[in-house]
Write a protein that binds this ligand. Sequence first.
Ligand code: ADP
Length: 626
Amino acid sequence: MKKKEFKAESKKLLNMMINSIYTNKEIFLRELISNSSDALDKLYFLSSTNGEIKVNKEDLEIKLELDKENRTIKIIDNGIGMTKEELENNLGTIAKSGTELFKEENSDSKNLEIIGQFGVGFYSSFMIAKKVKVLSKSINDDKAYLWESDGVDGYTIDESEKESNGTEITLYLKDNTDDVSYDEYLDTYTIERIVKKYSDYIKYPIKMEIEHEHEDEKTKKIEKHKEVEVLNSRIPIWKKKQKDVKDEEYNDFYTDKFYDYEKPLKVIKSDVEGLTSYNALLFIPSHAPYNYYTKEYEKGLMLYSKGVMIMDKCADLLPDYFSFVKGIVDSEDISLNISRETMQEDRQIKLIAKNIETKVKRELETMLKDDRENYEKFYEAFGEQIKYGIYSSFGMNKELLGDLLLFYSSSEEKLVTLDEYVSRMGDDKLIYYASGETIDKIKMLPSVEDALAKGKEVLFFTNYLDEFVIKTMGGYKEKNFVNVQNSDFDLSSEEEKKELKKKNEDSKELFTSMKEILGDTVKEIRYTNKLKNHPVCLVSEGEVSLEMEKVLNAMPNGENVQANKILEINENHPISKKIQELFENREMDELKNYTKILYGTARLIEGLTIENPTEITNLICDMMSK
Ligand code: ADP
């Protein structure tokens, strides 16, 4: 028969695929075995709807044959087979997935279980084969056909001989090169390993003849005998009991299935029977995927029904704040033709999702309690997502997620939970915190120094979300949060407060003139008694803190949000006497310069920028040269 060209787009795709998509050559076997498994599914389905086709379920199988001499691998099934047209359409056009077509034609094929969905699988055989022959006989045809191709130029289809229905694929291995030896695929151990790795839960037996050697007890001669073995255990790993699976098997399954190079931080197994029945195998990754905090990241769990995948990423099974969870849910209660549209309304899906949420939460809590080191690793990777979960739900999830938060504690010098903080509070009603860029920078903030000197435990917020999160939470276990950089925060005694108030009143005129110099940039200027060594500090009044001002203004399209700033001057510092003198002597120009410098340095201490750095530095240098 005349050689037919692959359709143009097939050819392009084909080359691309052989050379780039699948760098992992061994998956060719997974693809071909999946196709065979589909073909067996289809035949079995046909027999259940068509009385003329008789199939014994036990006879359905996949066979592998290795031929070292001729360097071929055969994959044989006794499934539905392909007619001439089907060979042409299915294997001739890469984009055309016969599986998809079959589904459309048999709209009542509700219970048909199909793995393949993309229509590129078969071509992966050209990664290792220089020539592929497909001998097939359809259950609907008396004639058999042989499809043959070298994968690049095109293919031929000729009439051929085959006794019974099914497909036999022969792969002629590529010649070995200096870099790659294809011979390993002729090795029974390699094939066994690949089948175990990718196709262990294919429900039909995958058989191969394996040669065994053993020593004859009497003659001491090595004897060889061949035996047909079933390579796959046929039970999906998520259906196996946890005690029967090695950690390593879970890890391999995870890295392979979810394309991670690192093993998971935690494996969660959940088998539920009741209102809804399902097996779930979930993983918490040990690091965030590179695109995790972007729009590209798609959350979701694989959804299987009766061992067959029906959806790759079922988003409805996971709440956003647990979007990092990977895994598989297999439930007999899910209909195979569930779609993305009907998913959201599905009662079973909702039930499972609720259970999974609770389960993940509990596992994280256990980890927090019993395996702090790993929990901190988890928190490092996904803590921001947990925070976001509270923030974006306007605090609705605070009960659920609040216990999972960690913050750095000044007294413990490590990350602590809010619960741990509260347990140390005694009679105190307030949870103290301060925000800044780094722990070290926060420690040096004047208001923090004061709080620490007075023996308070202060939580240091270094993540831009932290303050927003606790603001949405409102409080924790009936305790309120207070920012030590806020004007409300005052740990001095009543006596001290009274004394300070008087001093401030006495200096009212001075502060009014200073305020005139600074204009609207500050709301107030006053003395404080909380500063020890620092001459000045800035505090904020109201809801927007200095740190929030920074965050909000750093956002794209961030509106110009300003915290209400109060410039506080250390009443005991020599500088306070100096400005009083200047004011009393009416040296207003000097007072102006001093005020500007004081405000500028206060901003710098808080990590805010100064609008007019040259002016300030010039002023400082002028003063230094005097
Ligand atoms: P996919 O399996 O994703 O649809 P493939 O390129 O692997 O894509 O296969 C294309 C089509 O060829 C399949 O959809 C199926 O209709 C047909 N096919 C492949 N292998 C077999 C087989 N062993 N028996 C019957 N049909 C097959």
